[in-house]
Each structure stands twice: as structure tokens, then as C-alpha cells.
Design a protein around this ligand. Structure first.
Ligand code: GDP
Length: 193
């Protein structure tokens, strides 16, 4: 998809604020600092529509970005940040539970992981959570530019094995620095629109 238009529709704190125009939604989840905002910005050719490295302590919101007036990217706050309080973590959990269990517009979720490292416990929990709701998952393994060519295959296999990826789900190696993987990521997204 060639993105010519992207705008934030709303930062929603409660379900009643979710947009009701019926656009399909592709959610994005990932550990804090994994490169999720950089991924979104690269996909939509914007420098900073999605805020990079948003710090915890801010209000946790679901950010809906309308892309080409065709669909919404829904940016889910990152997980795995150690300094988040129990109360904040619980609020985050409730928000995800509500969104992922009830949202009919949601077509697939992109789970952003770091290709350099083995997926974390939190990554595995998030994948299992999404599969519990029988949602298709596109795993985007980012920071591809940080790996030597000879390491890539092994790292992709490790991501698949550690997450115990379903047969229908894919891993897309990606770099927000170089744009590698962008066409493949769009192809995977467009299957669900
Ligand atoms: P977020 O917290 O998941 O939204 O993470 P950010 O998008 O803010 O990225 C965290 C850090 O990783 C930033 O310093 C980015 O510049 C860097 N980063 C993100 N993606 C890539 C990538 O593909 N390659 C490299 N080399 N750095 C990246």
C-alpha cells in the first residue's frame, strides 16, 4: 500500500471513545522500546506520527491512526517496562482484555519483536494471549539491519520456535533504518483488509 494520508483519529482511554465508522483495524503490540513506533512511522512514511519511546507514567491509551481512509492502525501501549506500578499494569491488562476480546473491527495483530534476541517471556505471553482470542498474528521482527547476513536465518527460526508460531502466522524480518521488509509487511497486512 502506498500511504498518502495518515492521521490520528483518537487516543482512546475507554471503549466508548473507539471510532465507530467501521474501518478495519490492525493492532500493534510489542515490548516497550522494541521499535514499534519506528515501525509504524516507516510503514506510513512519517517521521513521528507515532510517538517514539513514549515513557511510562503517561496515560495509557489506544491510539487509532487512520491510514488512507482505508483502515486504522491501533497502537497498543508497550509492555515489559519494569518501572510500571502494579496498578498501571492492571489497568493496561484490563484495557487490552476489553479491546482484544470485544472488538469486531480488529482483523489481525502485528506483534513487534527484536530479531536480535530470543523473544522474551512477555512476548510469549502476548502471543498466547492473542491466539487465545483466535486472532491472526503477523510477527514483525525488527532491527534486521543490526544482524550479519549469515545470522538472519537462524534468528528468524528462533523467533518462530520460541513463540511456537501457528502454521498460519508469519515472521517478517524488518528494519526501520533501511526499510527492508516493508513491502512484505504491507502484503501481509493487506491480506486482512
Ligand atoms: P517503541 O518504544 O517500541 O515505540 O520503540 P521506538 O520506535 O521508539 O524505538 C526504540 C529505539 O530503537 C529507538 O532508538 C530507535 O531509533 C531504535 N530502532 C527502532 N527500530 C530500529 C531498527 O529497525 N533498526 C535500528 N538500528 N534501530 C531501530
Amino acid at each position: 500500500m502506498k500511504v498518502t494520508k495518515s492521521d490520528i483519529t483518537i487516543s482512546a482511554v475507554a471503549p466508548k471513545q473507539y471510532p465507530d465508522e467501521g474501518y478495519p483495524e490492525i493492532a500493534l503490540a510489542g515490548r516497550s522500546n522494541v521499535g514499534k513506533s519506528s515501525f509504524i512511522n516507516k510503514m506510513i512514511n512519517r517521521k513521528a506520527l507515532a510517538r517514539t519511546s513514549s515513557k511510562p507514567g503517561k496515560t495509557q491509551t489506544l491510539n487509532f491512526y487512520l491510514i488512507n481512509e482505508v483502515f486504522h492502525f491501533v497502537d497498543v501501549p508497550g509492555y515489559g517496562y519494569a518501572k510500571v506500578s502494579k496498578k498501571e499494569r492492571e489497568a493496561w491488562g484490563r484495557m487490552l482484555e476489553t479491546y482484544f476480546s470485544e472488538r469486531e473491527n480488529l482483523k489481525a495483530t502485528i506483534l513487534v519483536v527484536d530479531l536480535r534476541h530470543e523473544p522474551t517471556k512477555d512476548d510469549i505471553s502476548m502471543y498466547e494471549f492473542l491466539k487465545h482470542y483466535e486472532l491472526p498474528v503477523i510477527v514483525v521482527a525488527t532491527k534486521l539491519d543490526k544482524l550479519k547476513k549469515s545470522q538472519i536465518h537462524k534468528h528468524i527460526k528462533r523467533v518462530k520456535d520460541t513463540l511456537q508460531l501457528d502454521a498460519g502466522d508469519v515472521v517478517v524480518p524488518f528494519s526501520s533504518e533501511t526499510g527492508q521488509g516493508k513491502d512484505e509487511a504491507w502484503r501481509e497486512i493487506e491480506r486482512f483488509l
